[in-house]
Design a protein around this ligand. Structure first.
Ligand SMILES: *[C@@H]1O[C@H](CO)[C@@H](O)[C@H](O)[C@H]1NC(C)=O
Length: 224
């Protein structure tokens, strides 16, 4: 009975190559909000809006993760990196021809960095150096925008902004994002307390206003 059911099912299940992708957009944005922001896009909203407005038919989704801070920060980053991997993989399986853009604000950038770049994150309890997003899935990601990332490290090829200091969880010196270096812009100014070593709390929430146009221009240079 079981094998008969399987056989019947296989007769009527379209093969992967015959699967319809007519519901798929040209561009899909996955965005991750900052620590303590309520569920949704948080301070990533403005950049996501700009990208969607610039690409008619573009769709977006929020990374579903706790965005908690203080002593829950490691738990939240672990959950977040896994959520990025799960959601990007699910979308790529469903819509293999869609160009994917990842936008992360603060901890949201942290989890995208950990998910895509790998290398582990001992400070956050992630020992495994293997990137949670497999390379064949990551190949569908065409641009990444990070704002105020705690993993900011001076000298990374994708840095934009005035900061010459480490964030509170920098990458080891020289460890960047490998194959993805050319599709990232990471915004951080010197006086930011989280991605740098400053004391200007407001600056941490100002990147979309200061660099939003620059971020959009970069994304548009990477997606059709
Ligand atoms: C951005 O972050 C600030 C500071 O937490 C907050 O007051 C503001 O509501 C956030 N903006 C959005 C659009 O979530």
């Amino acid at each position: 009975m079981w094998s008969k059911l399987l056989l019947t099912a296989s007769l009527f299940t379209p093969s992967n190559s015959g699967r319809s992708t007519s519901h798929c957009p040209n561009v899909h944005v996955l965005a991750a909000r900052e620590t303590f922001a309520p569920a949704g896009l948080g301070n990533a909203t403005k950049v996501v809006d700009m990208i969607c407005n610039s690409h008619p038919g573009a769709t977006f989704e929020a990374i579903d993760y706790p965005a908690m801070g203080h002593e829950c920060n490691p738990y939240s980053v672990q959950k977040g990196a896994q959520a990025v991997a799960d959601q990007v993989t699910r979308f790529v399986n469903d819509c293999p021809d869609t160009q994917i853009v990842l936008v992360g604000y603060s901890q949201g950038a942290h989890i995208i960095d950990d998910a895509m770049c790998g290398g582990g994150d001992p400070h956050m309890g992630i020992a495994d150096p293997v990137a949670p997003v497999p390379r064949d899935v990551g190949a569908h990601v065409k641009a990444m925008i990070w704002m105020g990332s705690p993993r900011h490290t001076p000298g990374a090829p994708y840095n934009v902004g005035s900061s010459q200091s480490n964030g509170f969880d920098p990458r080891p010196k020289g460890q960047t994002c490998g194959p993805y270096n050319g599709i990232i812009q990471s915004y951080c100014d010197q006086n930011d307390p989280y991605c740098s070593n400053g004391h200007d709390e407001d600056l941490h929430f100002a990147y979309a206003r200061i660099y939003g146009d620059d971020a959009l221009e970069f994304v548009n240079s990477k997606v059709d």
